[in-house]
Design a protein around this ligand. Structure first.
Ligand code: ATP
Length: 513
């Protein structure tokens, strides 16, 4: 099945089973804003818990905060967001559609890459086991010709972005003959800068009101609380501050479902270190974060690092963790070495000294920062994409199954009486009433047992417990595994322990250390 169709199915599945709904749907929706439904909120909470605990519980020197969304407007001046949090936009005059100029060019670069990959795939088919991919990539005249064009475009693009040269960006679009996907024409407007921050007014009268912003990232709430936390928590460098919260960006092109939203949630951790040690910490955090992702068990081939060639002026290293989505490898997390830029800027704009006094050496300095920043919604999408599966069973039947990591699954257990009589429902209810204190548990007695299993498979419930006549005799039940569909017979008294071991976030966290 084409990857595009797979993606459509995932979006439809999210809606059909109460994971994600378009916002304000009865009013025809609101662009790039989404609501999480009854199952979505559970999955999202589990993702947040997995992240929070991996940061705050597993590290002696990381603490959390929850700062306000509204902040003093000067913060955004100091951070550079008022002046530079822009995207270059371009309109097509015929379709009246708006695009990000940089994204149009990046897509064009990706097209060159795809062409090369196609050449490689064709050759691999032709030469079979004698195929040497590396040799082919470095010697095939056709591949080299495309590569030269690609590299030249990439270089020109990077230069234009670095110099903020909007005319040059437009010229690249024209020279590359990039057309609007809707109208198919090259009737482009000029390229303009567009600030992504939403603003509103605070205060009750027009005169006294102040223009404030909805935060476009949670990180600044951490920076401006650095001294509060360091002093009250008696934190010693190196230490980190973690935060989970909403962020808002007026994205020009909102697309790909919850991949790019205007209201989203971030999980960010700023790790404060001694100047000069940041490039030792940077690879450590890269490794720690990749391990966190890989522990979910989707397979190592789903991840790759993308090191930034173009660094923000204040950064001295940056990488993205990319995940293989149905529409290609895409960023889910950024890891940045941000030097002392943010703290120094806040020191400058607030006039307050923001430093760390090192009791061991007697020196004072402004700490450097390694940041890890991940979007909850993008993480959610990556998990849904990798978990969604349509299987054909041995008997020819089809089943849709969400192979969610058990620790993140919204519902952990379903308790099903085999029949709606003979005291089986009563016994099943009794089991639910004990287990509900430990796990999110559902009770279901409607339809055949096969149909009930399918319903649980579709929402990713890792285990189903079936209560049958034998249960009444010996207090055992069958425990069915979602992925293997194998059943085992276990004593009711052992259920909590067995399931806890297999589905808890604690078990997942233990794999990290
Ligand atoms: P992109 O290049 O995709 O716009 P970014 O580099 O601007 O992302 P950061 O500012 O580094 O993103 O934000 C950190 C993380 O926040 C991203 O890795 C992503 O997971 C998430 N994120 C950023 N923008 C959005 C958005 N509009 N919708 C959903 N998640 C987002």
């Amino acid at each position: 099945m084409a990857q595009e169709d797979v993606f459509k199915k995932i979006v439809a599945h999210c809606k059909e089973y109460g994971f994600v709904f378009p916002s304000s749907e009865i009013y025809d929706g609101l662009g790039a804003v989404y609501d999480y439904g009854q199952l979505g909120v559970e999955l999202k909470n589990n993702i947040k818990q997995y992240w929070w605990q991996s940061m705050v519980l597993l590290h002696d020197n990381i603490v959390g905060i929850d700062s306000a969304i509204f902040m003093h407007p000067t913060i955004w001046k100091a951070s550079g967001h008022v002046d530079a949090f822009n995207d270059p936009l371009i309109d097509n005059r015929d379709s009246k559609k708006r695009y990000r100029a940089d994204v149009l060019i990046e897509d064009q670069i990706a097209k060159y890459d795809e062409k090369i990959d196609k050449e490689v795939a064709k050759a691999a088919k032709r030469f079979k086991e004698n195929f040497n991919e590396e040799q082919f990539r470095t010697t095939s005249p056709r591949v080299l010709e495309i590569q030269v064009k690609r590299d030249a475009l990439h270089e020109r693009f990077a230069k234009a972005m670095n110099e903020n040269n909007l005319e040059e960006l437009r010229q690249i679009i024209l020279d590359e003959e990039i057309v609007c996907p809707i109208s198919g024409t090259r009737n482009w407007t000029e390229v303009r800068q567009f600030n992504l921050m939403f603003s509103t007014e605070m205060g009750s009268t027009a005169d006294a009101s102040m223009k404030i912003y909805l935060r476009p990232e949670t990180a600044q709430g951490i920076f401006v609380n650095y001294l509060n936390v360091q002093k009250t928590g008696r934190m010693k460098i190196p230490f980190g501050i973690a935060q989970i919260g909403k962020a808002f960006r007026n994205e020009i092109v909102a697309r790909q479902f919850i991949f790019r939203m205007r209201e989203f949630e971030q999980m960010e951790m700023q790790f404060f270190v001694k100047p000069g040690t940041e490039l030792e910490w940077f690879p450590k955090w890269k490794e720690t974060r990749l391990k966190w992702h890989k522990a979910l068990g989707f397979g190592d081939d789903h991840y790759r690092f993308h090191d930034h060639e173009k660094l923000a002026h204040y950064a001295n290293a940056a990488t993205d963790i990319e995940f293989l989505m149905p529409f290609g490898f895409k960023e889910v997390e950024g890891i940045h070495s941000r030097t002392n830029f943010d703290l120094s800027q806040h020191q400058k704009y607030s006039g307050k000294k923001i430093e760390y006094f090192d009791p061991e050496t007697g020196e004072s300095y402004t700490p450097y920062v390694i940041e890890t920043s991940i979007g909850v919604d993008r993480m959610f999408l990556s998990i849904m994409s990798a978990s969604f599966d349509e299987e054909t069973l041995e008997n020819g039947e089809k089943r849709t199954v969400l192979k969610l990591p058990a620790a993140l699954a919204p519902v952990k257990l379903a308790v099903l009486p085999l029949l709606k009589k003979d005291g089986l429902p009563e016994k099943a209810r009794e089991i639910v009433n004990n287990l509900r204190f430990h796990f999110n548990t559902q009770y279901d007695e409607k339809d055949s047992i096969g149909k009930r299993y399918r319903r649980q498979d579709a929402i990713g419930t890792p285990y189903c417990i079936t209560v049958d006549h034998q249960t009444l005799e010996d207090n055992t039940v069958t425990l069915r595994n979602r992925d293997t569909m194998q059943q085992e017979r276990v004593a009711i008294d052992d259920l909590t322990g067995i399931i806890e071991e297999r589905v808890s976030i604690t078990s997942l966290l233990k794999t990290l250390i």
